[in-house]
Design a protein around this ligand. Structure first.
Ligand SMILES: [Zn+2]
Length: 96
């Protein structure tokens, strides 16, 4: 869920709110008694927020990558390198 940054245009009260993209963005200041309209600072805040969530995603992804690599290494080391697909050695000389 994305975090949106708002700032009240009347009292200047800045705040962030996490809401779904489907939700309509806020228009009223949450400060009691302030009817000020809000300004959404999606452009300014997205960089910082993107960085934060990016770290999480990278972490999560590298972890799963590590697990996959580990699994791969385990399975490849468990199976013997002797492949049955190798061609049979020429044991019988053709001109005997
Ligand atoms: Zn306000």
């Amino acid at each position: 869920m994305p975090t949106y940054e708002y700032e009240c245009q009347t009292c200047g009260h800045p705040f962030e709110i996490r809401q779904s993209m489907k939700d309509p963005h806020l228009t009223d200041c949450p400060q009691p008694g302030c009817p000020g309209p809000l300004k959404r600072k999606i452009g300014l805040g997205s960089g910082l927020i993107f960085k934060g969530s990016g770290f999480y995603i990278t972490d999560y992804r590298s972890d799963s990558y590590k697990a996959a690599a580990k699994k791969d290494a385990t399975s490849s080391s468990a199976s013997p390198p002797a492949a049955p697909a190798s061609p049979p050695p020429p044991s019988k000389p053709a001109g005997s």
